[in-house]
Design a protein around this ligand. Structure first.
Ligand SMILES: NC(=O)c1ccc[n+]([C@@H]2O[C@H](COP(=O)([O-])OP(=O)(O)OC[C@H]3O[C@@H](n4cnc5c(N)ncnc54)[C@H](OP(=O)(O)O)[C@@H]3O)[C@@H](O)[C@H]2O)c1
Length: 260
């Protein structure tokens, strides 16, 4: 084909956390020889302008993956933008068509964070079939697709959420526990079955009241939980980097799909 795979990342406004994520994605592209097409827009960019850029990128043969960095300012409709991305270039795997493929167990681009969780389980040879898996969180971005992917691997899956009665009793039944809640150290060691495999998807910024410095903390109280779990992912350094890796994997898969 004579070119390297290309990823276009669209960023709106100057949210510092988003800017850091975008920089990280672009750096990761550089590291593996992927071309990144960064597009940065002012916070008052219109829906129509963004849709026009996405359509150009859809038609650009050098671009294999497109993603819109979330969250977006309130005046923009993120679902509308997602629907504008050509499903075969949907590097984040969040287009309804790709989510539909997941529900139907068909091939398609998978959403990156759940895909990263599954890749990690596979890398460490964690048995999934027949295991009790509990996913805490039911967002379309994380919780639901992870639950579907675990189901696909024949786990017996429970999805817990903010209305779950006696959450601790549910999580204590988990051989594989995935936390995707967005609350720092919300799951404590006493909520974990001894020997469980624990995946912490949460990324929470917690400010030290004395120094004013922020640090990243997961949804699992790591220190005590690592003594109970057989495997546990850290924050930072666990599922975050896996998400970026799977973004690049999706872009590469789209690139490969175009090869004759
Ligand atoms: N590692 C990565 O690359 C990556 C990627 C994406 C997100 N994240 C992180 O993952 C976390 C979750 O993200 P998200 O987008 O899924 O968040 P979200 O859309 O806010 O969803 C949070 C989920 O947690 C549930 N929840 C809230 N309080 C609860 C409680 N007290 N008990 C049980 N469940 C509760 C909510 O239940 P209801 O549905 O009932 O409200 C909801 O389903 C965040 O920390 C986010 O930063 C990390």
């Amino acid at each position: 084909m004579g070119r390297s795979p290309g990823l276009a990342v669209l960023m709106v406004g100057d949210n510092p956390a988003s800017a850091a994520y975008v920089r990280n994605k672009e750096r990761s592209c550089d590291r593996i020889g992927m071309t990144s097409f960064g597009k940065h827009f002012p916070a008052d960019v219109t829906q129509r302008e963004l849709e026009a850029v996405i359509q150009e990128l859809n038609a650009d043969d050098r671009v294999d993956g497109i993603l819109v960095q979330l969250p977006l300012p309130d005046h923009l409709d993120s679902v509308g933008l997602l629907l504008t991305i050509a499903p075969e270039k949907d590097a984040d795997g969040l287009h309804p068509l790709n989510l539909g493929h997941l529900v139907r167990s068909e091939e398609g681009l998978r959403s990156c964070t759940p895909y990263g969780v599954m890749a990690l389980l596979k890398e460490y040879d964690i048995p999934i079939q027949g295991k009790n898996a509990v996913v805490v969180g039911r967002s379309i971005l994380v919780g639901k697709p992870i639950a579907l992917m675990l189901l696909e691997e024949n786990a017996t899956v429970t999805i817990a959420h903010s209305r779950t009665a006696d959450l601790a009793a549910v999580t204590r039944g988990a051989d594989i526990l995935v936390a995707a809640v967005g609350r720092s150290e919300f799951i404590t060691a006493d909520m974990i079955k001894p020997g469980a495999v624990v995946i912490d998807v949460g990324i929470n910024r917690v400010k030290n009241p004395e120094t004013g410095k922020a640090r990243l903390v997961g949804d699992i109280a790591f220190e005590a939980s690592e003594k109970v779990a057989s495997y546990i992912t850290p924050v930072p350094g666990g599922i975050g980097p896996m998400t970026v890796a799977m973004l690049l994997q999706n872009t590469f898969n789209s690139y490969k799909a175009k090869l004759p």
